[in-house]
Design a protein around this ligand. Structure first.
Ligand code: SAM
Ligand code: SF4
Length: 327
């Protein structure tokens, strides 16, 4: 399905909860957020119905996120339900990794295609400073087990000045030891992200070039997203950059987002959304409702703006935290 700027939209990110077991300072306030009442959160069956309608329109790759998706009961089973939909090619998960080890077998039984593990530091003290919890050993254990089991793993790292910006080399080093892609994600000015000072991908790449002069661009396909990849001789995995702020990639945007409350968001940057919950729960037989859902997805796609406005913060209309939207 094409949007009004001719971009092919074939990927949906689905937030399944606004709850989280960590408190990363740039995503979730220390005291938490006002959680949506349970009845406002889409049920797993409702999420599947949105995916069915989306798959019918050519959206065939899905990423489950949150909040922390593994904090919601039934997450592994949801993977299996979406995988069974006709036309679906890939279901992946983004997680902080704390509960991943515990759920790994169930996720694999449900044919998960890959996992992104968010990991900003390899230092236990800094991990506590960033996330508020002492869960680094659990995350590292999950990472090792996921790799051992042959799951495709990517590591998402957000660097912050004066917090973990000195760790670019040790974090990149994970891709030396293991067949995982380490991706440096620029801090985006959404919610508390506005108050956090990020590090540009360009700066990290310059550091890497100094340390590894043999680093070179890698144009092979690594996934659904806007990351640009590099390979370093002798490394088992790749190094990626998602530089939403300093290297705008809106011209190749391929996605829409579904929040846990059933809002279809055309773009992360703006508050605009199309409400699918009302259609899911409103009157009418199932067939009509599915057609209604397809119309709403088309509407959301047609409302995709040409580009974000991260560089002019006063134009950002999305006022919620990333944990509420789904990162
Ligand atoms: N809890 C899961 C996790 O941490 O992977 C899934 C949700 S989290 C919101 C998804 C990703 O968004 C994480 O990699 C996190 O680091 C990233 N993120 C959160 N706030 C961000 C911000 N303001 N700018 C850039 N990335 C952000
Ligand atoms: Fe939770 Fe992920 Fe946000 Fe951290 S980044 S607070 S783990 S949702």
């Amino acid at each position: 399905m094409k949007d009004s700027f001719g971009r092919e939209i074939n990927y949906m990110r689905i937030s399944i909860t606004d709850r989280c077991n960590l408190r990363c300072g740039y995503c979730m306030p220390e005291n938490g957020i006002e959680l949506a009442p349970a009845k406002e959160i889409l049920t797993l069956e409702e999420i599947v119905r949105v995916c069915q309608a989306a798959a019918g329109l050519g959206i065939h790759r899905f990423k489950i996120t949150g909040g922390e998706p593994l904090a919601r009961t039934g997450c592994p089973e949801l993977v299996g339900m979406i995988k069974k939909i006709f036309g679906v090619r890939q279901v992946t998960l983004t997680t902080n990794g704390v509960l991943l080890g515990r759920h790994l077998d169930r996720l694999l039984e449900n044919s998960l295609d890959g996992v992104n593990i968010s990991l900003d530091t390899l230092n236990e003290k800094v991990y506590r400073q960033i996330t508020g919890f002492d869960e680094l050993p659990a995350v590292r254990d999950s990472l090792e087990r996921a790799v051992e089991k042959g799951l495709r793993v990517k590591i998402n790292t957000v660097l912050q000045k004066g917090v973990n910006d000195g760790e670019w080399m040790s974090l990149a080093g994970l891709a030396k030891e293991m067949p995982v892609d380490v991706r440096f994600i620029e801090m985006m000015p959404i919610g508390l992200g506005k108050k956090s000072q990020g590090v540009s991908g360009k700066e990290v790449l310059l550091n890497l070039k100094r340390e590894y002069p043999g680093i070179e661009p890698d144009d092979t396909f690594h996934g659904n997203g806007p990351a640009t990849y590099y390979r370093i001789p002798g490394f088992a995995g790749g190094i990626g950059f998602i530089s939403a702020v300093h290297r705008r990639f809106c011209e190749s945007c391929n996605r829409i987002r579904l929040t846990a409350k059933g809002e279809l968001k055309p773009c992360l940057c703006y508050e605009t959304f199309v409400d699918v919950k009302r259609a899911l729960r409103g009157p009418g037989d199932m067939e009509k409702k599915q057609e209604g859902l397809k119309d709403l997805i088309r509407q959301a796609v047609s409302r995709k703006p040409e580009m974000h406005c991260f560089e002019t913060e006063d134009q950002i209309t999305e006022g919620r935290q990333m944990v509420q939207i789904g990162g």
